[in-house]
Design a protein around this ligand. Structure first.
Ligand SMILES: *[C@@H]1O[C@H](CO)[C@@H](O)[C@H](O)[C@H]1NC(C)=O
Length: 218
């Protein structure tokens, strides 16, 4: 009897703590880069604990853009001009960031910038996608070591179409009152990022694993 009770108590503790540590954060990209509502179902991104890294799930409409040069599963330096969804994780105090660019056809581009300068690109990730008619979904695992220490801000983007029909969308867009001549629709304007911490997903007592990639840079 006592043993059963202890077991139940243990299960209860595990479930409670598990729930705290496996929080999923979900975001929907509702606006164009310049704060107009998007005219389609939003691209959605969800972040959760992937154990060795952050799991990113993407889903949304598929616009049937051109296939990038690289094969699915591989990095592609030219990926930004194709149909993509991306996340940028920033330490705004050091201008260190990780950019994760994901394509419905399965290519990816990972860019690390330290103090605004490129540190690494073409790093590998696990990333798989499925295209079903007019929609697609993808699942990526981004190793913790790719994240700059002390991420405090985040934004998400999505782009599709070509030339005059290209659309750039942002989770946190440039507000209407800040729109002036000369802004780039596909630029990363850090001042509009909003607060974000990996601890919101992993729990307050979680400590980001040390990273050789960021040693001496953060
Ligand atoms: C842009 O969209 C319009 C209307 O659908 C189409 O006629 C035109 O060919 C498109 N332009 C390009 C470059 O795809």
């Amino acid at each position: 009897m006592a043993v059963t009770f202890q077991l139940l108590a243990l299960v209860h503790i595990l479930l409670c703590c598990g729930a705290l540590h496996f929080r999923k954060m979900e975001f929907a990209i509702q606006h164009t880069w310049d704060s107009n509502p998007v005219d389609h179902e939003p691209i959605r991104l969800a972040y959760s604990d992937g154990r060795s890294g952050l799991k990113i799930e993407v889903s949304g409409p598929f616009f049937k853009g051109f296939h990038p040069p690289a094969e699915p599963g591989l990095p592609d330096l030219s990926l930004r001009i194709y149909e993509v969804a991306s996340s940028v994780f920033l330490d705004s105090t050091k201008n260190n960031y990780l950019e994760v660019v994901l394509c419905p056809y399965g290519q990816h581009l990972i860019v690390l910038k330290a103090a605004g300068y490129p540190l690494y690109q073409l790093l590998p990730i696990e990333f798989t996608t499925t295209i079903t008619g007019d929609t697609w979904q993808g699942q990526a695992l981004i190793p913790w070591t790719y994240f700059p220490p002390n991420v405090n801000k985040m934004n998400c983007y999505a782009s599709h179409g070509i030339r005059e029909n290209r659309t750039h969308e942002a989770l946190y867009p440039v507000p209407k009152e800040d729109l002036v001549e000369g802004l780039y629709p596909d630029a990363i304007y850090q001042e509009y990022f909003q607060n974000f911490r990996l601890q919101s997903i992993m729990g307050e007592d979680w400590v980001q694993p040390e990273s050789d990639l960021w040693r001496g840079k953060a």
